[in-house]
Design a protein around this ligand. Sequence first.
Ligand code: FAD
Length: 518
Amino acid sequence: MAHVLVIGGGVAGLATALLAARRGHTAEVFERDTRAPGAAPDRGLPAGDVLGRDLLGRDVLGRDLLDRDFFGWHRPGVPQAAQPHLLLGAARAVLRAELPDVYAEMLRLGARERHELDWFDVRPPARPGDEDLVLVQARRIVLESALTTALRAQPGAVVRYGEPVTGLTATGGRQPRITGVSTPGGGYGGDLVVDAAGRRGGCASLLATAGCRPGTVERHRTGLAYFCRWYRLPDGVDEGPRRPWTVTGGAFAGCAVFPSDNRVFAVTVFAHTGDPTRGALRDPAVFEAAARAFPPGAAWLGLGAEPLSGVLATAGLDNRWSPLADARGPVVSGMVPVGDALTHTNPTLGQGTSLALWAADRVARTAHRDPGSPGFAAGYHGWALRTLKPWFDFQAGADAAVGARLAAGAGAGAGVVVPGGGGAGSLAGRAREAAALFECALEDPEVMRARARVRHLAEPPGRAYADPAVRARVAIWLARRPDWAPNAVGPDRARWEELTAAAAVPPQPASPRTSARS
Ligand SMILES: Cc1cc2nc3c(=O)[nH]c(=O)nc-3n(C[C@H](O)[C@H](O)[C@H](O)COP(=O)(O)OP(=O)(O)OC[C@H]3O[C@@H](n4cnc5c(N)ncnc54)[C@H](O)[C@@H]3O)c2cc1C
């Protein structure tokens, strides 16, 4: 069996180590941060249990320990940790099949499940595969805590906190072979090094120092900016409203609500980075007014929820495909990337953790097959191209359409090219069809199922949406609404400019609690 060295103890790294150890390998994770997020795993107590008293004599609950790190620990290496996350059915399926204890721990810590077809008052008759159309609603720290708990108890796996990888050891040649890592604590040898250091991990420069030619990176800027604020439902309220749908996009801005664990939820407002009004959204009062201008924001903020954070801003995200390969094939052997280090996807479709878990699972399943060899590197790269890249391309295409729409709606469209213009079959034309499909899905369970199968990575869009029955239903829906215009939701531009001009205070300076710019 192999000894696997994992660079980075985020979701991808922890999962890779755990999955590998469960298949009989040994694994060492090197994490730059000095400890695991969330202290609940140390205690192993349910989120609702009273653990003690704080200095003011208030009960400290298991969930408070999650909250303490989630809201109070600034993690500059992982800025997205404070942003809302939801897990798709693809991630849930890996967890339930391969790491059922981790999944059970997530539920115990307060994660919630929501079946897509429960949007309808009566769930339509089940079909094979429906069981995977389930969203897991939890903050990312819940998954990290559950993975950490399992790793602590796992023979053959260890996490070295506060030990960043600062170098790679390699044997020479045209395609160097990585044989180990170095940290301030010393050198470590292994059969396979896994780059799970995220999108900002910097392993490319370590590889260059080791004499490796660069891989070919594919990068698509999204031009999207997100503003999010966290809340807790009022006492006595355990559920938010079932309707309206929690995501909505207008002509130049949109709003999404992320129900999470322990009655916590996030509201996000998004706009184009070129929109001159976006800076005002950092002001909590402006943010709330803007969010309330969209149906989901109005419904959830109307409950009188308690704010738990300032407004967290994230902008400048890209979709980035970073294989350790170029046109000639893998540039290195003995090392493969997983998670954001390989496929960083903009979060609008929530694919990141699912793709990370798929890659982690692939590494664990194959690490016994001569993992330091060029053949292993080529096999992994081929698998990633077949399995992950199509979803990456789907995300990049979806973001191009959304970015172009928001930019045009904000009058910031100069320089934003809509490929093929606006006719049928063009990006804009396809965006209209996609918007119609989404609206139709809210009324038609068959279309909702197709949409959910794509959303949860169960079926590629080219197949699910090409189904003649689905196409016919959407066509009928559109034919009955000849005047239907997509994205006609939220305030008009004049009202939006009023709302965002009403900043009571200048935009907040960046601080750990209020800004998580990535
Ligand atoms: C705003 C935002 C929202 C998102 N929302 C969702 C969502 O809803 N659903 C979803 O599935 N995904 C979402 N994602 C993506 C998701 O967070 C990631 O895809 C997923 O968690 C995998 O991350 P990772 O483990 O690869 O990298 P990271 O989480 O970045 O972890 C990398 C780790 O490596 C460590 N590290 C870096 N360099 C070194 C080094 N040299 N030595 C040692 N350690 C190092 C870092 O400290 C860090 O802990 C979102 C991302 C963003 C940016």
